[in-house]
Design a protein around this ligand. Sequence first.
Ligand SMILES: Cc1cc2nc3c(=O)[nH]c(=O)nc-3n(C[C@H](O)[C@H](O)[C@H](O)COP(=O)(O)OP(=O)(O)OC[C@H]3O[C@@H](n4cnc5c(N)ncnc54)[C@H](O)[C@@H]3O)c2cc1C
Ligand code: SF4
Length: 544
Amino acid sequence: MPSATSVRARNESAWLLPNDGTRTNHRLRQDMRRFDDTDEIDLVIVGCGAGGSVLAQRLARQGWRVAALDAGPFWDPDADWVSDEAGSHHLYWTEPRVIAGDDPVPMGSNNSGRGVGGSMVHYAGYTPRFHPSDFSTYTDDGVGADWPLGYEDLKPYYQAIEQELPVAGEHWPWGDPHGYPQRPHPVGGNGEIFLRGADKLGITAKVGPVAIVNGRFGNRPHCIYRGFCLQGCKVNAKASPLITHIPDALSHGAEIRANAMVTEVVIDQRTGRALGVKYRRDGREHFQRARMVAVAGYSIETPRLLLNSASRRFPDGLCNEFDLVGRYLMVQGAPQTAGRFDAEVRMYKAPPPEVSSEAFYETDPARDYKRGFAIQTVSPLPITWAEHVAAQGHWGRTLREYMSDYVHWSTLGSLCEFLAQPENRVTLADEKDAHGLPVAQFAYSQCDNDRAQMKQARTVMEDILHAAGADEVITINRYAHLVGGARMAAGPRQGVVDRNCRSFAVPNLYITDGSVLPTQGSANPALTIMAVAARAADHLTGRV
Ligand SMILES: Cc1cc2nc3c(=O)[nH]c(=O)nc-3n(C[C@H](O)[C@H](O)[C@H](O)COP(=O)(O)OP(=O)(O)OC[C@H]3O[C@@H](n4cnc5c(N)ncnc54)[C@H](O)[C@@H]3O)c2cc1C
Ligand code: SF4
C-alpha cells in the first residue's frame, strides 16, 4: 500500500484542512482564483459532487483553467451542519420533482444532495468496488448492458481513489479480491449482530469498506463513532469531495462557484460545439464561456439539464437524437429488515456503515432471477427508525412503543441490482421550478426479476437476524441510489457518451457523474462514479 506521503504528492486535500479544531480552510476559499464570465476558461463543470469534484481536482492539477458551478452552497461544516436528523434537511435536493410509473421512487432525502460535495456530504460512506461481472451482464446473463470498458480499465482508478478517501476495511474476498489502505474499524452493536447471525448461517460478512478515516489522515481526525454520517459528519472523518478533492482543486487554481444554478448548456448552432453554460446567481442570469463543458449534476438533474438545453440544432434536447437521454435510469431495491433483541443494541453508537456481505452479489443459476444483492448494516437514527415502523402501518400508541424500544433494535439493509429498462426514465414535466424551468419527471416500474430478487434479499436478512437471536423482525421495502440516465455505450444508438464520458453528439461536452453508468451492480455507486470521472480526466489530458 502507498504511504500517506505518496497520496499527498498527488492530492493534498487532507493536509490543506486546518488542524486547529476547525473544519474549513477559510483562507484557501478567500484566496480562490475567480474567473470572469467573459473569460474563455478551459472547462466549466456543472455540479460539484462525486463526479464533478474529482474532475475539477484532476484537471486543475494539470494546469487547466477550471470553474465548477454548484446550485447549492459552499458548505462550512462548523457553521452549516448539525448532528441532528431533523436539522439536516437543507443538505438534500428538495426542489420539486414529479414521480410516476407503477412503482414510483420517492425523492428528497433518500436521493440526491445539493451544495459543494454533492450527495456524498450526506451519503453513508460505504465505498465498495463494482465486480468484474458488472461490466458484462448482457453477455454473461442476457440482462442489463455491457459497458464499453472493463473492470481492468477502472482498477487503477479504484485503487487511487481508495487511497485518497481513504477507505478502511478487511481484505475483500468478492469480485476482484483486494485489500484496503486502512485497517477495518471496530464494530458496534449492530455490526456484531450481523457478523454473529451471518456466521451461524455460514454466510461470509466482512467489516467495511467505508470511506471513514481510521486514525488521523493529514489534518483529518479519527472517527469518533457518533453515528451522524448521514447528517454531514461535522468531524471531517467521513470522506466527501468537500474535504477529499475540493481543497486540492482550489490550491491548484480551480474556482468553485457556489449558489450557481446552471439552466442551459449553450451550443453554437453553426458548429454544434458547446460554448459554455447559462446560470442563475444572485437573481441574475449569467453566461460562462468555456472551451469545454462537463455535466455532473446527478442522475436526475443531468438528464433534465440536457433536455432543457434543446435548441434549433437539437430540438429534442441536447444529445438526444436517438431518444436516449433520461432512459435506463436505475435505482437499487433497498429493503430494510429490523430485528429486536432483549439485550441493548444501541445501533446509533457507531457509523451506520459497518459490515457488509457480497455473498449474494453474482447470478446464482439455482435461482429464478439474474444478478443479485448485497447486505449491509444501516443503523437508522430515531426519525428514520420511526419511518421504518410507520411504513409497517404502526401509528399512535404502537408507534410510540416501538420508538421507546429503539435501543433494542438492529437493522440491516440490502442493495438489490434492479435492472436497467428503457421506460424507467426522466422526462420534462409541465410543472416549472422557481427559475421557470420544467422540472424532472421520473417514471419507475419494477420488473419480475427485480421483485424476485428483493423477495430473496428480505428472506436472507430475516434469517440472519433470527439466527443472531432476534425475537421479532419487521421488513419494509425501500429504494436507494439512482444511477444511469445518460449511459456510456459503444455507439450513439446505444448510449449518450462513449467510454471516456465524451458525448456522441457534442465533441466538447462530457458527462462525468453517475448518469453514465450502464449497470449498477449491488454496490453503492460513489467510488465507481469517482473512478469513472478520474479516468475521464486522464483521457482529457491524453493519458488514456
Ligand atoms: C441517504 C443516502 C446515502 C447514500 N449512501 C451512499 C453510500 O454509502 N455509498 C455510496 O457509494 N453512495 C451512497 N449514496 C449515493 C451517492 O452519494 C451518490 O450516488 C453520488 O454522490 C452521486 O454522485 P454524482 O456525481 O452523480 O452526483 P452528486 O454527488 O449528487 O453531485 C451533483 C451535484 O450537482 C449539483 N447540481 C445539480 N444540478 C445542478 C445545476 N443545474 N446547476 C448547478 N449544480 C447542479 C448538486 O447541487 C450536487 O452538488 C447515498 C445517497 C443518499 C441519498
Ligand atoms: S460516526 Fe464517524 S464518520 Fe460518522 S459522523 Fe461520526 S465521526 Fe463522522
